[in-house]
Design a protein around this ligand. Structure first.
Ligand SMILES: Cc1cc2nc3c(=O)[nH]c(=O)nc-3n(C[C@H](O)[C@H](O)[C@H](O)COP(=O)(O)OP(=O)(O)OC[C@H]3O[C@@H](n4cnc5c(N)ncnc54)[C@H](O)[C@@H]3O)c2cc1C
Length: 457
């Protein structure tokens, strides 16, 4: 692992904390501008909350997975590097819970049940977010900023099936409980697909990256030529007005003219910033996001026709979808809203949940990662709490002296997605370049020419 004790001799322009998609994108954008950049990463791999790992007999996405043509930043990256997408199998059967019992039908019937009520629930999305890629463009959202998804559903729909289905569907989307889930976040999501909730749902679980998220992460890193210091956990950062010095947990230091911090929101509070962050930032980090759930991969004995299954909002696992067949078995992905309510590495516990909805399943093995307990993540895909949009988003996006911030927690558009991470990395790189503008422009000869990307020839 590379170790660097003096940045002065390296003449670093920008040090970037975190080699997830936000950090990787920022690094590439800055090196393309001729700036000297270093990434520091606590893990021994790039990708952050995306992680393609070999489990249950094949490569599986343990974190972020699905991408979509409505997501401009990730789609452009895939085209840039000539990477395609692979569709998840079209479900042939659906299982859901209604009227206190299990229902089975064709997937269109389940979509109809969800759609009848969800269309009503989200119909004002463009009123509140006329420009979904600039969520703060108008004040329209302010009147609903303190309203939770749960309160709005319960106000709009009497107790019964409509309410149960909507609560389960949005619990799935938030990967957490709805009591404090921001209505603005739900409506903003749907505004990003022009108010069409079904396209939005398609965006969440239909197209995967060929070769996995790792293929894209590696392509961006290779293109950037930025060096990465692995195994370096940043414990503190001091900005003396002229440069920023990072301190690692094991006593290493790195200085650069500016820093970009891309750590997940709950992790921000573990870093000692000098001068200290303003209260608005520390308060947001302390509140964190709603996303405290689980994603689990399940190997089932035998081949099952592709199914989709939606249970109740308060079940430890409330959604399942078939993804692959493998050597005569079936691989299913499942989600639940609270990582503390199920040990998703326990095959028997997972079997119990899946069998509530899908008859005749025999769970052979499971694979998961507890992102919520992971000290470098603290959450799954970021989903805002009430009030975050109006009170915190702009403050979290703004720089702190020579320290800038990025990451999918604070993206403008598809915040919570890989797309948002990439967008925020681009924006932070632009901000860093303009912060360093006159100084970096004075030193272009020190840089190697950027080689042409072979994928573009
Ligand atoms: C289970 C799960 C499912 C998801 N599904 C999807 C999906 O289907 N589609 C989609 O688009 N998105 C999905 N997401 C969300 C998506 O993966 C993330 O929003 C995105 O990858 C975040 O990128 P980032 O760069 O902002 O943050 P991260 O990927 O979290 O990167 C931050 C990096 O900082 C590092 N770090 C943290 N603390 C320190 C420190 N002190 N010092 C040094 N390094 C540090 C971390 O190790 C990490 O590598 C999912 C996420 C999860 C967890």
């Amino acid at each position: 692992m590379a170790q660097h004790n003096s940045a002065v001799e390296q003449d670093l322009d920008v040090v970037i904390v975190g080699a997830g998609f936000a950090g990787l994108t920022a690094a590439r954008e800055l090196t393309r501008r001729g700036l000297a950049v270093r990434l520091v990463e606590a893990r021994d791999r790039i990708g952050g909350r995306t992680w393609l790992d070999h489990r249950l007999g094949r490569d599986l996405e343990i974190g972020g997975t699905w991408v979509h043509w409505t997501q401009p930043y990730i789609w452009a990256e895939l085209k840039r590097y000539g990477i395609g997408t692979v569709a998840s199998p079209e479900p042939q059967r659906a299982f859901w819970w209604a009227d206190g019992g299990r229902r089975e039908g064709d997937p269109g019937a389940l979509l109809d049940v969800i759609g009848r009520h969800n269309g009503e629930f989200t119909k004002e999305s463009r009123t509140y977010f006329p420009e979904p890629f600039r969520p703060l463009a108008t004040d329209a959202f302010k009147g609903i900023d303190q309203i939770s998804v749960q309160d709005r559903i319960r106000e709009q729909f009497p107790a019964g099936d409509a309410r149960d289905i909507l609560e389960s569907f949005w619990t799935l989307n938030f990967n957490g409980p709805l009591e404090d889930a921001a209505l603005t976040q739900a409506l903003r999501w749907v505004a990003l697909t022009n108010g069409d909730w079904a396209v939005n749902f398609e965006a969440c679980a239909t197209y995967k990256i060929q070769g996995g998220t790792a293929a894209l992460a590696e392509a961006i890193l290779e293109d950037s030529r930025a060096a990465v210091d692995y195994g370096l956990t940043v414990a503190g950062m001091t900005d003396d007005g002229g440069s920023v010095t990072l301190r690692s947990a094991d006593g290493r230091t790195i200085s650069a003219r500016a820093a970009i911090v891309t750590v997940p929101l709950p992790v921000l509070g573990t870093i000692d910033f000098q001068p200290p962050l303003p209260p608005v930032k520390t308060e947001a980090a302390k509140r964190g996001q709603v996303s405290s759930g689980v994603k689990v991969w399940i190997r089932l004995r035998g081949e099952h026709a592709p199914f989709v299954a939606l249970g109740k909002a308060d079940w430890p696992l409330n959604f399942f979808q078939v993804e692959y067949t493998l050597d005569g078995d079936t691989i299913v992905v499942g989600f639940g809203p609270d990582a503390t309510r199920i040990d998703a590495s326990d095959a028997a516990a997972v079997q119990e949940q899946l069998a509530r909805l899908v008859p005749g399943v025999d769970v052979l093995d499971v694979a998961t990662h507890d992102w919520v307990a992971d000290p470098l993540a603290g959450e799954t895909w970021p989903m805002h709490r009430t009030g975050f949009l109006g009170n915190h988003l702009a403050a979290m996006q703004s720089g702190h002296g020579n320290v800038l911030f990025a990451g999918s927690d604070i993206a403008n558009g598809w915040g919570g997605f890989i797309d948002g991470a990439i967008e925020s990395g681009m924006e932070a790189a632009q901000a860093a370049a303009s912060l360093l503008g006159p100084r970096s422009a004075a030193r272009p000869a020190a840089r190697e020419p950027v080689p042409q990307n072979p994928a573009l020839r």
